[in-house]
Design a protein around this ligand. Sequence first.
Ligand code: NAP
Length: 246
Amino acid sequence: MPNTPSPIAIITGGSRGIGAAIAERLATDGVVVVVNYARAEQAAAQVVHRIEAAGGRALAVQADVADPASAMVLFDAAEQAFGGVDILVNNAGTMALGAFAELSDADVARQFEVNVAGPFRTLREAARRLRHGGRIVNFSSSVVGLYQPRYGAYAATKAAVEAMTHVLAKELAPRGITVNAVAPGPTETEMFLGGKSDEQLRAMAAANPFGRFGQPQEIADVVAFLASPAAGWVNGQVLRVNGGVV
Ligand code: NAP
């Protein structure tokens, strides 16, 4: 068997929820993982610990993606520790729901900083520094196509992510790098469950053809495919991973 070096991945927001599941799933595929977090230092350390206990390699790196320096911090850390970057998963995100009449400027600005400006900067850094044959997976949301009340600002940020995905896919293809996005539906994490009543959650689960929510692992499995060598001919796509909810 040829002794090929392990790919190196940066996962933004890898301390909890879907990002933590992606970090652990990629590590089981032999990927070396940089687990980014903003505040949850202990949770990120636990993700790293679980990966190392299973025989993998990982490093936790603090950086708030809303900070303009964050993209450089993450790529510098990955290059210094592991020698380069092959995979970027732009998973970190935030959501503030509210009708147009209710949302504050601060709610809107924060969502655009974390969900759009942050990914723009990591994508720019990836465009400069990702190695040949690399993989980028961005995070949209199925709400982009649902036009539900109270999701106006959040859905707008994710529509911007989809636009960046399509454009960058064309820019980086000559270097053998693919750029895709996943758009999960309701997935059981703190972000989704927070602030919803049991009754609301029951109704939302019932609206899915499977009658339930997605699990972080089910999103991570799709990200792992898009990040793998097997997905080399999948480029500029947005994959709605949601059990078929429309
Ligand atoms: P989550 O449970 O709230 O976890 C969010 C993760 O992102 C945490 O690791 C958090 O780190 C990190 N994060 C938040 N703000 C950050 C920042 N400014 N800089 C760096 N890291 C930051 O969220 P999730 O449900 O797993 O969502 C992951 C992605 O999927 C998001 O892009 C979200 O929009 C998208 N999505 C989720 C759903 C869903 O139903 N869950 C559906 C569609 C799309 P700390 O712990 O350090 O704060």
